[in-house]
Ligand binder design. Structure first.
Ligand code: COA
Length: 254
């Protein structure tokens, strides 16, 4: 199974484990992650959740073969259910970004509470470059965090960025040496064992309250545009180019 779960010392870990495909996420993996998030949220022995990848890669984003051949058909598709499960999680979610975090690998961080990034990680939100549009409310949250000009570099141009820049952009808390990021993130997650869980949950809810309706609305609006874009000639060219290991050619599109 490409999603592994384990609960130890009050922390429920969700591990993305498909290293042969750089942890690309399939519909089955989103469904497993959504189920794991909800199970951990309901488990009274769990005080915090930890999302981790593999050494050198957090996740390369949505599986591009799935994008081409099994695109999400409705807003109930597993990818959107995963988004709602993460946004709705009442307990603290900590992310250990062990390496490359592309597409949803970066946008899911916007909905985690504490984010620690390996000094070797590269992040990117290359949706427009792939003929797509932003998802997971990133079109709303990224400009709010960093301003329109910086957001345009990341969402319009699709420029990748380093762990240091992720901290500057207020997406992440700290940069850690690659070999220490998971240990550090786990230690931070375990700190919730010493805190009153009810007050932590209520504080998280209050911190997210003002934005939550707008975030859920943005997810829906983006998802409708995203689903349409998946079958566009622009996206087809971008996906084909990825698998043919060539640069896409958008010169004939208008
Ligand atoms: N979907 C499907 N397969 C993927 C994938 C993805 N998102 N990311 C990587 N893979 C596959 C590759 O096709 C390759 O498969 P193969 O061995 O059968 O040829 C394998 O994983 C290794 O990937 P590769 O590109 O050779 O590794 P790399 O170390 O050179 O680069 C990345 C790593 C993550 C930078 C690069 O794979 C990448 O850019 N992936 C696509 C990211 C993306 O655009 N995601 C969608 C965002 S919306």
């Amino acid at each position: 199974m490409s999603i592994k779960t384990a609960t130890l010392n009050g922390v429920a870990t969700i591990e993305i484990a498909r290293p042969q495909k750089k942890n690309a996420l399939t519909a089955e993996m989103y469904a497993a992650m959504a189920a794991a998030l909800r199970a951990a949220d309901a488990d009274v022995s769990v005080r915090a959740l930890l999302i981790v990848g593999q050494p050198g890669v957090f996740t390369s984003g949505n599986d591009i073969d799935d994008f081409m051949n099994r695109p999400p058909a409705t807003s109930d598709a597993p990818v959107f259910d995963f988004m709602r499960a993460l946004v709705g999680c009442s307990k603290p979610v900590v992310a250990a970004v062990t390496g490359a975090a592309i597409g949803i690998g970066t946008t899911m961080l916007l909905h985690c509470d504490l984010v620690y990034v390996s000094d070797e990680a590269r992040l990117a939100m290359p949706f427009a470059s792939l003929g797509l549009v932003p998802e997971f409310a990133s079109s709303l949250i990224v400009p709010t965090l960093v301003g329109h000009a910086k957001a345009a570099e990341k969402l319009l141009l699709g420029d990748p960025f380093t762990a240091e820049e992720a901290v500057e952009m207020r997406i992440a808390n700290a940069v850690l040496p690659a070999g220490e990021v998971v240990r550090h993130a786990r230690r931070m997650a375990e700190r919730f064992n010493a805190l009153p869980p009810g007050a932590v949950r209520e504080t998280k809810q209050l911190m997210r309250r003002a934005g939550s309706a707008a975030v859920l609305e943005a997810i829906e609006v983006e998802a409708a545009a995203f689903r349409q874009r998946l079958s566009s000639p622009e996206a087809t060219e971008a996906f084909s180019a990825f698998f043919q290991k060539r640069l896409p050619d958008f010169s004939t599109f208008s």
